[in-house]
Ligand binder design. Structure first.
Ligand code: CP
Length: 310
C-alpha cells in the first residue's frame, strides 16, 4: 500500500493480513524499531474518532506527528490541495492522513507528490477505508471469518462512505449483504452487493446489524424536513422492540457518532449485543497496521532506504 485510499485496492488476502497484524498489536505484539517517520493529519471535515485514533496509532508506532489545522493553513488563502501536499512533502512529511468533503479528493494528489503517502480518512460520500478495516476486524473477532455471514447495512445509504467501503469489501470476503432504511436512499450502486429489505424482515435475518448515522449536515433543507427524529426512529430506526427480534448471537455495529433515538434506540448503544465502543477501540490497532503497511511499501523509516527524490 504506497497509498491507502479505497476498498477497491484491498484484496481479501490483504484484508486478512491487516486483521492479523491489528489483532497482534491489540494483544501485545511489540512495535518494531524504525528510523524517523513524519505524519500530518489533515482534517478538512470534523472528526472525533478517526482523527484521534489515527494520532494515537501514529504515536504508538513511534511516528512524529506534525500538527496541521486547516483553518489556520494557507488553504484559507486559496492554496490548492495539490500545492499543500507538495509543500508538506518538501518540508519532509512522509504520510498525510486526510479527510475532505469532496468525493475522491485524493485522485489528483496521488500524482502531486511521489514522495508522500496519502491515507484516506474519509472522502465525501466516497470511501472510508480505515472504518472499513476496523469494522472487518470487529466482525472477524466475533465470528472468526466472513464467508456466509449475513450483514445488514441500514440507514443513510445515499451519503455513506462507510456503506460504500464496507459493502464492497464484505462482498469480496464472501459475506451476504442486505440493505434497509428509506428506500429512496438505496441508490443504484448498491444493487450489485445485495437486495433491499424492509427493516422488520432484515433484522431477524442478520448476524451483523450495521446502522448508519443520518447525516443531517449533508441534506438540503427540503430533504431534512422530510422526517422528524421521532418519525425516522419509528419507521427506519432500530427500536427496543425490533432489537428483540435479532438472532441471539447477532451484534449491533455503528461507525458513530450515533444519533441516539434516531437510527438506534439510545439504550441499545450500550446493550450487550453492541460492539460500537469495541469498533472504536479496534480502530487504533487497525490504523497502526494500515500505517505500518504504508511505511513498509514506501520503505519509510528503514535504515539504508534511499532518500526520496524531490
Ligand atoms: N466513524 C467516524 O468516522 O467518526 P468521526 O467522524 O468522529 O471520525
Amino acid at each position: 500500500f504506497t497509498n491507502f485510499v479505497s476498498a477497491h485496492q484491498v484484496s481479501p488476502a490483504d484484508a486478512m493480513q491487516l486483521i492479523d497484524r491489528a489483532e497482534g498489536f491489540k494483544h501485545g505484539t511489540p512495535v518494531p524499531a524504525h528510523g524517523p517517520v513524519y505524519a500530518a493529519n489533515l482534517f478538512f471535515e470534523n472528526s472525533t474518532r478517526t482523527h484521534t485514533s489515527f494520532e494515537m496509532a501514529e504515536r504508538k508506532l513511534g511516528l512524529t506527528v506534525i500538527p496541521f489545522d486547516p483553518s489556520h493553513s494557507s488553504v484559507t488563502k486559496g492554496e490548492t490541495l495539490e500545492d499543500t501536499i507538495k509543500t508538506l512533502a518538501a518540508i519532509g512529511i512522509n504520510i498525510a492522513v486526510m479527510r475532505h468533503p469532496a468525493d475522491a479528493y485524493y485522485e489528483p494528489l496521488l500524482a502531486a507528490s511521489p514522495t508522500l503517502a496519502i491515507v484516506n480518512a474519509g472522502d465525501g460520500a466516497g470511501q472510508h477505508p480505515s472504518q472499513m478495516m476496523l469494522d472487518l476486524m470487529t466482525i472477524h473477532e466475533e465470528f472468526g471469518g466472513f464467508t456466509g455471514l449475513n450483514i445488514g447495512i441500514v440507514g443513510d445509504l445515499s451519503h455513506s462512505r462507510v456503506a460504500h467501503s464496507d459493502a464492497e469489501m464484505l462482498t469480496k470476503l464472501g459475506a451476504n449483504i442486505f440493505f434497509s432504511g428509506p428506500e429512496k436512499w438505496f441508490s443504484p450502486e448498491y444493487k450489485q452487493f445485495g437486495p433491499y429489505l424492509p427493516l422488520a424482515e432484515l433484522v431477524p435475518k442478520v448476524d451483523v446489524l450495521m446502522l448508519l448515522r443520518v447525516q443531517l449536515e449533508r441534506f438540503n433543507a427540503d430533504e431534512s424536513g422530510a422526517f422528524s427524529k421521532e418519525s425516522y426512529h419509528q419507521k427506519y430506526g432500530v427500536t427496543d422492540a425490533l432489537a428483540q427480534t435479532m438472532k441471539s448471537r447477532a451484534i449491533i455495529m455503528h461507525p458513530a457518532p450515533v444519533n441516539r433515538d434516531v437510527e438506534l434506540a439510545s439504550d441499545l448503544v450500550e446493550a450487550p449485543q453492541s460492539r460500537i465502543f469495541m469498533q472504536m477501540h479496534n480502530g487504533v490497532f487497525m490504523r497502526m497496521a494500515m500505517l505500518e503497511a504504508v511505511m513498509h511499501a514506501r520503505r519509510f523509516g528503514e535504515v539504508g532506504a534511499a532518500a526520496p527524490a524531490m
